[in-house]
Design a binder for this molecule. Structure first.
Ligand SMILES: [Zn+2]
Length: 382
């Protein structure tokens, strides 16, 4: 089973912090596998209240359950949604219950119900799109909470939250990627907080060898369809100058180009209609000066020797590789049987990592970054 952590919520927002509840949900890391280029998330739990760390999907069960889900595209349903006067309000999830029964499911949404001049009736206009073989329907929900809609005794197929409203404040994100180019080029994606969009961006950028520069989200929700402007504290070319906050898959981005960058600078996102800065963060030279990798070589292969010599948290890393499905139980037993860390790492590189492909290596790098942050930062700067 995956890492457990108790918490109230995985997200924060200053506009609706007064709607915070004292509910405790146990966060679960899903096992991830890939089928036909689609990431499938598998979650297992005993009785209790749980939240998936990837999608924010919550469930309540009274005995053991196993469920699988993947993100699905809204594209085939956009026209029908529009004709009925709805828009997307969260990820569209294809959920299958493999074992057991759910008492409640809470589907994540990105609408914010805490803005001062917000119309409270909007909450009554939240529905769920339900896609079945027999057709598409819009369903009532049992309750709307700060980040979720609750459905009692759910049966499953394809479901996602929809909003019947034109004006809507949403929790949003600005995700920064550094493209693999000679001069500094950043892609800054502005989008509603939808984990399916995050996954789409990640996929698009990683295919092109980009690296993410992790920055906090905007602290407050923003109005959908508002225009936003990105500026830098140094001379730069930003294209386009203006972006509308919208749910588009894959999300649109600002391209920021800075020639001969070798300094720290700040990025500023503002909403001109309200003449206010909504997000401002410094981008430090050390954050973007990552090495440009050889086209075919993965970071973990490029630094194989250093990793074999210097990684110390080998056993916890192996635990996570096993939980993530990157290595099998047999691989795990073979590697952990080695006498010392260096031999374990060599065995890992010589065996399971050879056949795990770029996605497996990406996951290995994520685990290394989490457990050996200083070593990985050091190698990135070399
Ligand atoms: Zn909010």
């Amino acid at each position: 089973m995956a890492t457990l952590k108790q918490q109230d919520t995985l997200m924060e927002c200053l506009n609706c912090s007064h709607l915070k509840t004292a509910e405790i949900w146990i966060a679960l890391e899903p096992l991830v596998s890939t089928e036909n280029d689609i990431s499938i998330y598998r979650l297992e739990s005993i009785a209790g209240r749980y939240e998936c760390r990837i999608s924010g999907l919550r469930w309540v069960c009274e005995s053991k359950v196993t469920l699988l889900y993947h993100f699905s595209s809204w594209d085939p349903h956009r026209a029908v949604l529009q004709s009925m006067g709805y828009r997307q309000g969260g990820p569209l999830l294809d959920i299958k219950i493999i074992e057991g029964k759910l008492k409640e499911v809470h589907l994540p949404h990105f609408a914010c119900f805490g803005v001062g001049d917000y119309d409270p009736s909007v909450k009554q206009k939240v529905r769920v799109l339900h896609v079945e073989d027999s057709g598409v329907s819009i369903e009532q929900v049992d309750k709307v909470t700060r980040f979720h809609v609750k459905i009692l005794h759910p049966s499953f197929s394809l479901r996602g939250v929809v909003l019947q409203t034109l004006g809507c404040s949403v929790h949003c994100d600005l995700q920064i990627y550094r493209a693999r180019t000679a001069h500094l080029t950043l892609h800054a994606y502005l989008m509603p907080c939808d984990p399916a969009l995050t996954q789409a961006v990640e996929k698009q950028e990683k295919c092109n060898g980009s690296t993410r520069i992790l920055k906090p989200r905007p602290e407050k929700s923003q109005w959908l369809t508002s225009d936003f402007y990105l500026t830098t504290s140094c001379p730069s070319d930003v294209n386009p100058r203006r972006l509308e906050l919208a749910h588009v898959d894959p999300p649109n981005f600002f391209e920021v180009f800075i020639r001969d960058a070798d300094f720290d600078f700040s990025l500023n996102l503002s909403c001109k209609s309200r003449k206010q800065t909504i997000w401002n963060h410094e981008i430090r030279e050390a954050e973007y000066r990552a090495p440009i990798l050889a086209a075919d070589q993965h970071f973990v292969d490029l630094h194989q020797t250093a990793l074999i010599d210097r990684v110390s948290q080998v056993d916890p890393i192996l635990d996570r590789l096993l939980k993530s499905g990157v290595i099998t139980a047999d691989d795990y037993s073979d590697v952990i049987a080695e006498r010392n860390n260096q031999k374990k790492m060599r065995e890992l590189f010589d065996g399971p990592l050879k056949g795990c492909g770029p996605e497996g290596k990406d996951r290995f790098l994520e685990i290394l970054t989490e457990l050996e942050p200083y070593l990985i930062n050091h190698l990135k700067r070399e």
